[in-house]
Design a binder for this molecule. Structure first.
Ligand code: NAI
Ligand code: MG
Length: 335
């Protein structure tokens, strides 16, 4: 048991967004209010509704709220997602995208002992809009790999492993074909790895990794990879452990961090009060860990595990018929 210390007070930017973003955010804030932790919420508007109302999907005031916060909770945007969440990641220079892949009880997980973290580079690779151009023959996309950004993300992954009791980091690339760009990634991976003598290093090609994730997911603890590969592998990871209603994520930079479920605004179920709030609540667990409030994070995580093990209060995506509010109230009971 850790000793109690003076409570820190945190400024949390809250951007519910559109559709079920609002519903899962309400549930999450209700749950957070039942923890012994001092959070000051500052609400910001963004998304389709905000565009309609103000003519701007991501007003400057909202960016400022995020900039002046200790951390941000984001629900989901609708059709404006690219103008909202992608822009926010860029504005805040959030270079690391973290997606935990973990099996929880009573879900569609391929096996019950999957637990790894995908650390995805968030700023370069193939995802730089102005590096893509139409040519007479068709189109060309350039892939940008800089020493600075790759060193930063690889170091982040090793540090994450060290701080979280993980024993191995896997670097994922395609250096046999992309000899220069991924050749450099692989070189930097082992260079940075030398700073972490206690952590085991291995590297795989991305295509082989796609298979190993299915055949031996237990082999992985922390995966670090470039932007596109991380995007694809993390959706494969979501598929491994049972779907969008359960998958949280974090975007981390030197000056800020934003926590969001991987899912979108789900217009097909929005307004019915039946969205699964667990992905959003697990995003809040990631936020609490980022703020070093590990005791509260563990408490909340354990309540979610208990809820899923009991299997009595589950939303439709997990085979139950509970509402978003029922799930929030049950988690509060289990805290
Ligand atoms: P989606 O994630 O909103 O929905 C996909 C499917 O999963 C739907 O059938 C939905 O009902 C279900 N689903 C998603 N989250 C759920 C939850 N918490 N509980 C129960 N069921 C859930 O993705 P889709 O349909 O491709 O996009 C809908 C809108 O969301 C689009 O306008 C898109 O641009 C936006 N979007 C926004 C994102 C963001 O803000 N980060 C990410 C992905 C999509
Ligand atoms: Mg994706």
């Amino acid at each position: 048991m850790s000793t109690s210390k003076t409570k820190n007070k945190y400024k949390i930017a809250v951007i519910p967004g559109d559709g079920i973003g609002k519903e899962v955010m309400d549930a999450t804030i209700t749950v957070l209010n039942n923890l012994d932790i001092d959070l000051d919420y500052i609400y910001g508007e963004a998304g389709d509704g905000c565009l309609e109302k103000t003519g701007d999907a991501l007003p400057k005031e909202t960016i400022d709220i995020v900039r002046n916060s200790d951390a941000c909770l984001f629900g989901a945007a609708g059709e404006t997602a690219a103008d909202v969440i992608v822009k926010l990641r860029q504005e805040m220079k959030m270079f690391a995208n973290l997606r935990p892949v973990k099996s929880y009880p009573n879900t569609n997980s391929l096996s019950d002992d999957i637990d790894f973290m995908i650390v995805r580079e968030n700023t370069e690779g193939l995802y730089i809009a102005d590096k893509e151009e139409l040519t007479q023959e068709g189109a060309i996309a350039k892939r940008v790999i800089t020493r600075e950004a790759e060193e930063r993300i690889i170091d982040y992954a090793f540090k994450y492993a060290k701080d979280n009791g993980k024993s191995k980091v896997t670097g994922v690339h395609k250096a046999n074909v992309l000899k220069k760009s991924d050749g450099l990634f692989k070189e930097i991976f082992y260079e940075v790895g030398e700073r972490y003598p206690d952590i085991e290093k291995e590297d795989f090609y991305v295509d082989a990794t796609a298979m190993y994730l299915i055949t031996q997911p237990q082999n992985f603890e922390v995966i670090v990879t470039t932007n596109l590969f991380g995007d694809i592998l993390s959706d494969e990871g979501a598929g491994l452990v049972g779907g969008l209603g359960l998958i949280p994520s974090a975007n981390i930079g030197n000056d800020g961090a934003l926590f969001e479920p991987v899912h979108g605004s789900a217009p097909d179920i929005a307004g019915k009060g039946i969205a699964n709030p667990i992905a959003m609540i697990l995003s809040a667990v990631m936020m609490l860990r980022y703020l070093n409030e590990n005791e509260s994070a563990d408490k909340l995580d354990n309540a979610i595990i208990k809820l899923l093990s009991d299997g009595k209060v589950l939303t439709g995506d997990l085979g139950g018929n509970a509402t978003t509010e029922d799930v929030a109230n049950e988690i509060i009971k289990l805290l």
